[in-house]
Design a protein around this ligand. Structure first.
Ligand code: SF4
Length: 463
């Protein structure tokens, strides 16, 4: 889950100030950026000080139990500014809002409006209407299908200016038994290639060097538009846009990848040699009960083939532990797989029952303590693998995109190499640089790696 990002402070034509809290994944971040773009276009001022906000919008996450609880806690926490600050209107938007709708209004009376994922394009109108309404009048704003922005939609981007997320599609047509995303985001709807190209051109002209392409099912981009090899067509249209350094597609489902796409990954310097492919599990019986396509053998062939064909490929994946009926032997098989495959990055998620999904009906549920213990075990194993792989980087000289002062110290710069994605992977701390012209955020520098920890590296700028 992405950390809360700090809100830019803006002044607006209106005297009303908006506070905004974004939770959840990069897809939610893009929704937040679209809402902030529409609020500032209407003249609202943004404040980072919740006590000074007339309206507080919380963009919630509803992915798994932990994320839901974090969203509810945020609603309660920021609701208190109705008593201690200026807040007149508290709004919940995003996945949790879409999922629980009126129930959320009933359970959390501090909320004035609940806004579904289909209505985020109307956030400015919703804030205006709710502010003007006679109190008490809780309002529910829901409309199918999920809102999808286009290349002309104003966005106020969060995070460093040189890296941007671009949402290429919304929703998912698959039926993974544990997943509530299709319930919240609906069936897949892709943006057109032209709309995405237009947006990426604009971002590149603004100085963005790294484009992170996101959707729920990126490998299937464009299927709903009748495109046969949508992702390949999209990447071909993006690679020649001047100013870009890395294009980084996320969330590739483990299914056979067409030859042309592999060649594009291998042959284009602009497509990051980075594969983000969530596998969820590797035992065939568990995969079957998860309603996932592919088997251990086909998935292994796929990843090994990609590693062979795309030299230097960094592989990130994700697994769910504690799926109903996951036996000790099946968990042991998952651990062995990690050891055998030596993935560069692994995310581990705890299984939780999500209302409305088929997995809820499964028997042989594991208790929470056992599920958490499995995550701890898997993470510890991955840490040792990651450390071993990181140490192999010492002595190598890599191209690093400078992100700016590190979270550790404003005096220490941090950046990322091609194999480190923003927000989810480690960083490279930059120990030295030219004294006359220290590098700035957004610069690309050559760095020789001098030290390695499991997730982060330390390097010296050499050019
Ligand atoms: S492919 Fe991803 S988003 Fe789609 S149902 Fe499966 S886990 Fe959910």
């Amino acid at each position: 889950m992405a950390a809360r990002k700090s809100l830019p402070v803006t002044t607006g034509a209106r005297s009303t100030t908006i506070g905004f809290v974004n939770l959840g994944c990069a897809k939610n971040q893009v929704d937040a950026e679209v809402m902030l773009g529409s609020l500032t276009a209407e003249g609202y001022a943004l404040t980072a000080d919740a006590a000074q906000a007339d309206v507080i919008v919380i963009n919630t996450c509803g992915f798994v139990e932990e994320a839901k609880q974090e969203s509810i806690n945020a609603i309660i926490e920021y609701g208190s500014f109705k008593k201690t600050g200026r807040c007149k209107v508290l709004v919940a938007a995003g996945c949790l809002a879409q999922r629980y709708q009126g129930e959320l209004l009933e359970e959390l009376p501090e909320l004035d409006a609940v806004v579904g994922t289909g209505e985020i394009g109307r956030i400015a109108e919703i804030c205006r209407t709710t502010l003007a309404a006679e109190r008490p009048s809780q309002q529910l704003w829901m409309a199918p299908p999920p809102y999808l922005y286009d290349g002309l939609t104003p966005r106020l981007r969060l995070g460093p200016p040189h890296t941007a997320y671009v949402k290429i599609a919304e929703g998912c047509n698959r039926n993974c038994a544990f997943c509530a995303i299709p319930l919240m985001r609906g069936k897949q709807r892709s943006r057109t290639v032209a709309s995405i190209v237009e947006e990426v051109r604009r971002l590149a002209a603004e100085g963005v060097k790294e484009i992170n392409l996101i959707s729920q099912d990126t490998i299937n981009y464009g299927v709903d538009l009748g495109l046969k090899r949508g992702l390949t067509a999209l990447l071909k249209a993006l690679v020649d846009i001047p100013g870009l350094r890395w294009i980084r597609p996320f969330y590739l489902y483990p299914q056979p990848i067409d030859e042309e796409l592999i060649e594009l990954y291998a042959g284009s310097e602009r497509i990051a040699k980075y594969l983000d492919m969530p596998l969820q599990h590797i035992n065939d019986e568990v995969l079957g009960r998860m309603h996932r396509l592919g088997t251990k053998a086909s998935i292994t062939d796929l990843i090994e083939g990609l590693r062979r064909r795309i030299p230097g490929l960094t592989v990130r994946t994700g697994f769910i532990v504690g799926y109903p009926g996951e036996t000790n032997a099946q968990f042991a098989e998952l651990k062995r797989y990690l050891t055998d495959m030596e993935f560069d990055r692994v995310g581990v998620f705890l299984y939780s029952d999500e209302e409305g999904t088929p997995a809820v009906e499964l028997t042989r549920k594991l208790d929470r303590q056992r599920i958490e213990a499995r995550r701890t075990e898997l993470m510890a194993l991955q840490e040792s693998i990651a450390l071993k792989k990181s140490r192999l980087m010492v002595g190598r000289t890599l191209e690093v995109l400078v992100d700016g002062p590190s979270e550790e110290s404003p005096l220490l710069l941090a950046g990322r190499h091609e194999g480190q994605a923003p927000d989810i992977d480690g960083v490279v701390y930059l120990s030295d640089g030219p004294a006359d012209r220290p590098p700035l955020a957004g610069d690309l520098v050559k760095v020789t790696i001098t030290e390695a920890a499991a997730y982060d590296l330390v390097g010296c700028i050499v050019g």
